[in-house]
Design a protein around this ligand. Sequence first.
Ligand code: 5HY
Length: 250
Amino acid sequence: MKIKVINPNTTASMTQKIAETAIAVASSGTEIIACNPEMGPVSIEGHYDEALSVIGILEEIKKGEAAGIDGYVIACFGDPGLLAARELAKGPVVGIAEAAMHAASFISTGFSIVTTLSRTRIIAQHLVANYGMTHFCRRIRAIDLPVLELEDENSNARKTIFNECRQALAEDGAGAIVLGCGGMADLSAQLSQDLGVPVIDGVSVAVKFVEALVSLGLNTSKKGDLAYPIAKPYTGMLHAFAFVNQMPSD
Ligand code: 5HY
């Protein structure tokens, strides 16, 4: 099977890190195609960045459909454009926030999320509610470092994340930690070992969930709101995004 892992920001080093994490957990027989859009924000740190990252994500889904991709991972903790991507895709599309939260709920009765900037906590909070995880999510914490600090080997991001996780375990009554950024994908194994609790990275979990869904033949339902978009003209600079209906819809 072919799984396309999309890093919605345009920072190639973060895409490479996400690719390595995905390839490390993929089953034999699973081909991982990791990419980031050609256009968009170098990092996603708020609603505006997120909104504008969606165009690039949908462009990558469109290319994936033409290339026979079986399933997709959206590797940004805001799960940007998830439902729009599902409208375009035949196969399953899984967001790393959704995947990580569900995995945490299988192995703990409470988890805390550790993300980057405080201003993005509200985005995670909305997803916690959307995904029915309010019962499990103990707290959403931020290390208040910009996303791209994670790309700087010399920054103290790792130490700061470790300290925030340790505090979460001491104060929040959490049994597991969910890492709140695709750029933290490479940290989960070491943090789990150092902290002695499950520290969950959504990229790894999302790849395994997509593998499971595809192997079960579970594709995105085309009945109702996730049916292919209704074909209509788009004007201005988005005219090329007008959906051309090649598939039957309900
Ligand atoms: C992410 N931003 O996963 C989010 C994390 C965040 O560029 N990749 C980003 O802080 O919202």
